[in-house]
Every structure is written in structure tokens, then in C-alpha cells.
Write a protein that binds this ligand. Sequence first.
Ligand code: FAD
Ligand code: NAP
Length: 309
Amino acid sequence: MIDLAIIGGGPAGLTAGLYATRGGLKDVVMYEFGMPGGQITQSSEIENYPGVPKVVTGMELMESWPEQCQRFGLKHEIKEVLNVSKEGDTFKLLFAKDEIVEAKSVLICTGSKPRRAGVEGEDKFFGRGVSTCATCDGFFYKDGEVAVLGGGDTALEEALFLANICSKVYLIHRREEFRAAPSTTEKVLNNPKIELVLNSTVEEIQGDNAGVTGVITKNKDGETRDIKVPGIFVFVGMLPQNKILFDENDKSLCELSKAGQIVVDLKMKTSVPGLFAAGDIRIDAAKQVVCASGDGATAGIGAIEYVND
Ligand code: FAD
Ligand code: NAP
């Protein structure tokens, strides 16, 4: 029986591990199926993490976190948690091959993943011209033209990143106003390589055996446009990663919001004693590295109190 199982190794999970182990919990394991760092490692630049005044990539920002966060005994296991349940006071974590680990307390830090726009051709050409990661795939379109779909911080920031690599970026957004921060919007509006395709939806992503060949858009007047590009980056929001909470009857272990985020109080406690949630997965998250990290610290301290009670 371990003291605390942390599920997810992004900013929230890593920070929780640091606080829980430094605060005295002995047996703390962070389960992360990839490399620690979380979704920010896909970001091309981050300029709003306090104490890091230089603009750095997400990879650069997170590089030193595992070493510091594991210094006090946090263990990292490269495993995917399939399910979490509770019997009496004991949590059970299910892994592949029916492996089960028991824990006194559990912290869910599984974050979120990119949402699909649901347009024709998106799934068919995913990985063959349709991407959700400019840092990963932008270079394939060096000096070429690409499209970006979305109007939030991610879409605009990644459109700016792509404009540094590509000859032209078509930014397709369904409204006139952007959801992104004003400073980011300003940079986009002033970038001569970015053409705005506003009040427009993507009707279809077209392609052939080699991959994407173009995007058909439709504006609010019903006019269609055929934009010939070999790649489209889809940034239409994020989905909370909550599937591990559901049992075979599709019942969640703890209370969720309508959008599927975990309901917590100010101490990151969920509706189930001993179960905590932190970062992007929780209700009303600001979806920022600094906030996820702060949540992780709060939850780590909460777990110490719970286990030692
Ligand atoms: P995540 O970072 O999502 O980490 C969750 C981790 O859990 C992942 O590593 C995942 O592999 C793991 N996981 C999920 N399910 C399981 C499972 N079942 N078993 C094991 N492991 C699991 N924020 C800023 O502050 N500034 C920015 O400039 C900024 N730019 C961004 C740019 C992009 C392109 C994106 C996508 C996000 C950006 N963000 C930015 C938001 C920021 O990345 C998130 O708010 C932050 O990463 C949330 O941290 P987290 O720990 O809650 O979750
Ligand atoms: P977001 O803020 O939810 O924006 C999603 C965008 O996609 C919106 O413009 C939305 O349009 C559009 N959209 C949604 N569904 C669509 C569909 N089916 N077809 C076409 N367009 C669609 O998501 P995000 O940009 O990924 O950001 C997620 C969170 O992370 C936010 O809280 C954001 O602030 C944060 N974040 C912060 C930073 C930063 O601090 N620098 C960077 C990246 C992300 P509407 O506007 O019309 O709804």
C-alpha cells in the first residue's frame, strides 16, 4: 500500500510530488505514461511563467522539473493508469495486465488533450497533414503555406510560431473576435504572413494518398473558398482526461462538472475523501502552468494531512 499515487506528470503532478515527499510522505509514486512535463512541452514559446523572463520553449521550461521534484524521493513509473476505484478506505489503481496497486490517497493530474473539430477529413488525414502540434510538425511545412483553425490562445500563438517557419499562414476562425489574450491578438494582426479567414468554418479537409491537399471553408454569407495547403493545425480547445474515473456502469468515482472537469474545493479535495485533483483537470482551472503547479502544491500538502490524520 503506497501513501500517495499521483496520476499524471505535468506541472501539477510534478509539483505535488515535490511537496508531498519534501513534506514527509514516504511512499509517493507518480504514474506518467510519457516523459514528465505534460502538455506544455508541445508549446513553442512560453513567456508568462514568473521567474523565467526569457522566452523559452515548453521543453526548455520543463527540462529541470523532474530532477528537482524527484529529489526528495518521488518515484516515477512510466505506466498508464486505466482506472481508479475505492473500496473502504483503500484506493485501487488498475494497470495493463490486470495489475493493481493500492494507495491510501490519490491525486488526479491527468490534464487535458486537444479536442478534434469534427470536420470531414480531419480523422482521415490526422498525422498526414492534420496536426495539433506546431512545435512537432511545423518544420515539415518550412517555406510553404499552412492553415490554422481556432481563435484561442493556442491557435494564435501557434499561428505566430508557424509564421516564423512558413511563407504564409491562413488563420481560420468562426467568429470576428478572438478569445486569445489581447497582446497575442495584436501580434497576429500585425503579422504580414498571417491571413485572417474570419467568420468562417472548415467544411472539409481534402487530400489524396500522400496527405492533405487543401481546406474548403465557408463564410457566414455562405461563400466557399478552396485554400490549397498541405497542412492544417487544429487548435479548438482541450478535453479533460477523466476516463480513468469511470466504472463499468459509466459512473464516475467523484463529482464532475457538466464539461467533465473534477469538482474540487480550495484544498483540491474532491467529493471523495482522500481523492484530490489538480491542474487543468479540475473545475474552473485557469489552464496555466503556474496555476497547475500551485494546485499541485496545495494538493500535495492536503494529501500529507489526509494520510497522517
Ligand atoms: P498536463 O500538462 O496536461 O499533464 C497531464 C499529464 O498526465 C500528461 O503528461 C499525460 O501524459 C498524463 N496522463 C494523462 N492520463 C494519464 C493516465 N491515465 N496515466 C498516466 N498518465 C496520464 N500555459 C501557460 O501558462 N503559458 C503558456 O504559454 C501556455 N502555452 C500553451 C501552449 C500549448 C500549445 C498548450 C497545449 C498549452 C499551453 N499552456 C500554457 C497550458 C499549460 O500547458 C497547461 O495549463 C498545463 O500543462 C496543465 O498542467 P497539468 O499538470 O494540469 O496537466
Ligand atoms: P480555447 O480558449 O477553448 O479556444 C478554442 C477556440 O477554438 C475558440 O476560439 C473556439 O471558437 C474555437 N473552436 C471550438 N470548437 C470549434 C470547432 N468545432 N470548430 C471551429 N472552431 C472551434 O482553447 P485553447 O486556445 O486551446 O486554450 C485552452 C486554455 O489554455 C485556455 O484557457 C487558454 O487561455 C490556455 N492557454 C494559455 C496560453 C497562454 O497563457 N499563453 C497559451 C495556450 C493556452 P469560439 O471563440 O468561437 O468559441
